[in-house]
Design a protein around this ligand. Structure first.
Ligand code: PMP
Ligand code: GLN
Length: 384
């Protein structure tokens, strides 16, 4: 086995494995989170115009000015803080690269990093790449709330950084004001950095607001705020993201970014700048589209007998599969793909102890209504 020791435990991602098998057996794919519909024309046109009328050579390493300005404007609208697009905004190849650059550019070997579990898969890998030491704090169903005592204990044990993803994949939680208060209080008290992953910032339901930790008192100077264009504009393949942070943290992000990718494809940066200038109605439309899809899936799963944990944000829904009598999520998902013809994600792979996720299954609803209906129809077989 030639894979380096630090990456050997991770194998290939669950998203790749499930999507590949879904294609082979022609399962309806509610596994990997990518829309099966197109992003808006004005965004695609702007990227095409980028190819035709702008440069196809290397953009600046930190990103094109138009996009850095658009990111700064959105950040100010969200947090009330004006940021300097030249010194505090970095364009990256997706939020994934922004996260990797934060881990590699700001952590020292053995630095303890608090990760909430279930996690998004690249956080533990970020720890492994940077030789940092993950410490896990568990969000438990049905509420998936931040467990205060456990979180306090993790900070008291000593931490250099915490990763906060809200809206949260895979639980669909949007952390409340009081949960964010707690995280901010602990970060300030223990002098801990926050890496925030806000890629689902625009996908929320029932009027729940998005909260950026950088807006909390004492947090700007210790937070790297990260997001990307993929989810909000249904262009997950564009892999264009950003990191907003004060200069001393931006220095670390850029130090790693310039050698990870150096820069991000020029046309996608033009397309993303246009996307971020979308009117408010665009985001309202996105929210009503996803509210309808969430409700369609949630009602259908409930009728079939799943226990549904209704998400407040993201395009994922966690459900309790135990009424169907399978031993764990791996065997349930195996049955679902191979016998029922529907692909989903087994969330136990997002926990240090797989037993914590074994009773649940994750479905993605960033799919057309037709796709969701087809999946629900196939799952009627679970009742027989
Ligand atoms: N963070 C979370 C929580 C995600 O679900 C995803 C989706 N792939 C990413 C980061 C990666 O975003 P990007 O495609 O912009 O790298
Ligand atoms: N974020 C997507 C999900 O959670 C997957 C992205 C990927 O395939 N790496 O399904």
């Amino acid at each position: 086995m030639a894979v380096a020791t630090r990456l050997r435990p991770f194998g290939s991602t669950i998203f790749t494995e499930v999507s590949a098998r879904a294609l082979e057996v022609k399962a309806v794919n509610l596994g990997q989170g990518f829309p099966d519909f197109e992003g808006p024309d004005f965004v695609k046109e702007a990227a095409k115009a980028g190819i035709d009328h702008q440069s196809n050579q290397y953009p600046p390493s930190m990103g094109i000015p138009a996009l850095r300005e658009a990111v700064a404007a959105r950040f100010e609208a969200q947090t009330g803080r004006a940021v300097d697009p030249n010194r505090q905004v970095t364009i990256t190849s997706g939020c994934t690269e922004a996260l990797a650059a934060s881990f590699l550019g700001l952590l020292e070997p053995k630095d303890p990093v608090i990760l909430l579990q279930p996690w998004y898969d690249c956080y533990p890998v970020g720890c492994a790449l940077s030789d940092a030491a993950p410490r896990y704090v568990t969000l438990r169903p049905p509420g998936f709330r931040l467990p205060e005592a456990e979180l306090r204990a993790a900070f008291e044990d000593g931490a250099r950084a915490i990763v906060i993803n809200t809206p949260h994949n895979p639980t669909g939680r949007v952390f409340s004001r009081s949960e964010m208060d707690l995280v901010a209080e602990l970060c300030v008290a223990h002098d801990v950095l926050a890496f925030t992953d806000e890629v689902y910032e625009h996908i929320r339901f029932d009027g729940v607001p998005h909260r950026s930790l950088a807006a909390w008192p004492g947090m700007w100077e210790r937070t790297v705020t990260m997001s990307s264009v993929g989810k909000s504009f249904s262009v997950t393949g564009w892999k264009t993201g950003w990191a907003v942070a004060p200069e001393h943290l931006t220095a670390g992000v850029r130090a790693a970014h310039q050698f990870l990718t150096f820069t991000t494809p020029n046309p996608m940066q033009y397309g993303t700048a246009a996307a971020l200038s979308a009117p408010q109605e665009y985001f309202e439309g996105l929210q009503s589209l996803y509210t309808a899809r969430r409700d369609l899936l949630a009602e259908g799963l409930d009728r079939l007998g799943f226990g549904v944990y209704l998400p407040q944000g993201t395009y994922f829904l966690m459900a309790d599969h135990r009424p169907f009598g399978f031993g764990d999520d791996i065997s349930f998902v195996h049955h679902l793909i191979e016998e029922v013809g529907v692909a989903a994600i087994p969330p136990s792979v997002f926990y240090d102890d797989p037993a914590d996720g074994a009773g649940m299954v994750r479905f993605a609803f960033c799919k057309s209504e037709e796709t969701l209906r087809a999946a629900l129809e196939r799952m009627e077989a679970l009742r027989r």
